[in-house]
Design a protein around this ligand. Structure first.
Ligand code: GTP
Ligand code: MG
Length: 200
C-alpha cells in the first residue's frame, strides 16, 4: 500500500462544517474536492484514503450537505465540499451552500489546491464553469479530476477529454494536468494520491 504510506499517520473524519466560524484552525495545508452532485466525490475520497466508508457514498444526490473535514496524516486536511448543481434541492438550500462555498474558497488561506471533479460522461457543464470562474477570482489553483472513466469507451473518453481541455483553456487558475480516475476500478487513484501527498 504505497499510497497509504504517503499520508504518514491516520486518516480520520474531523467534523462537518455548516458555517465559516466552524472551520478547524488553519494550521495545516488542505486540499478540497468539489463537483456536481453525484459526480463521485465521496467514492473518490474513499478510494483515495483506502477507507471504504470514510466519506459517505450514496445513490441519493445531494446527500453530502456540509463541508466535511478529514485529516490526511498529521500535516494536511482533506475537505469534501457539498455537491453543487443539484436541481431538486430547495432554492434556499442552494443559496446557503453557494454562500458558504464562496466564503470558503475565497477565505481559506491554507487551501493549497482545489480538485474539481468532472463526470467523464458529461464533461464540463455551466455550473462547473461557474465554480472554475470563482476559483480564478479567488486565485485558488484547481485541477480537474475526471471520474467514472470505467463507464466510457476509449474514443468517448478522448472526445470528452478534449471538451474539458477546451473549457480549461479559459481559466487562468486551472492546472494543466487532468487526472483520469475510476473509484470503482482504481485507475488514477495512486496518481491522485501522489499529487496530494506531493503538495507543499
Ligand atoms: P453527493 O455527495 O450526493 O453530491 O454525491 P458524490 O459526488 O459524493 O457521489 P458518490 O461518491 O456518492 O457517487 C454517486 C454514484 O456514482 C454512486 O452510485 C457511486 O457508486 C457511483 N460512482 C462513483 N464513482 C464511480 C466510479 O468510478 N465508477 C462507477 N461506475 N460508478 C461510480
Ligand atoms: Mg458525497
Amino acid at each position: 500500500e504505497r499510497g497509504r504510506l504517503m499520508f504518514a499517520g491516520p486518516v480520520d473524519f474531523v467534523k462537518g462544517v455548516v458555517a465559516m466560524p466552524g472551520l478547524p484552525p488553519a494550521d495545516r495545508l488542505e486540499v478540497c474536492f468539489a463537483g456536481r452532485s453525484n459526480v463521485g466525490k465521496s467514492s473518490l475520497i474513499n478510494a483515495l484514503t483506502g477507507r471504504k466508508n470514510l466519506a459517505r457514498a450514496s445513490n441519493t444526490p445531494g446527500r453530502t450537505q456540509e463541508i466535511n473535514y478529514f485529516t490526511l496524516g498529521e500535516s494536511r486536511y482533506l475537505v469534501d465540499l457539498p455537491g453543487y448543481g443539484f436541481a431538486e434541492a430547495p432554492v434556499s438550500t442552494v443559496q446557503k451552500w453557494q454562500t458558504l462555498l464562496k466564503a470558503y474558497l475565497q477565505g481559506r488561506q491554507t487551501l493549497r489546491r482545489a480538485f474539481v471533479l468532472i463526470d467523464s460522461r458529461h464533461g464540463v457543464k455551466s455550473v462547473d464553469d461557474e465554480i472554475m470562474t470563482l476559483l480564478d477570482k479567488s486565485a485558488v489553483t484547481f485541477q480537474v479530476v475526471m471520474t467514472k472513466m470505467d463507464k466510457l469507451s476509449r474514443p468517448e473518453r478522448e472526445k470528452n477529454l478534449d471538451q474539458v481541455r477546451a473549457a480549461l483553456a479559459k481559466h487562468p487558475a486551472a492546472y494543466p494536468e487532468i487526472v483520469m480516475t475510476s473509484s470503482e476500478k482504481g485507475d488514477g487513484i495512486a496518481t491522485l494520491r501522489a499529487i496530494v501527498a506531493g503538495l507543499e
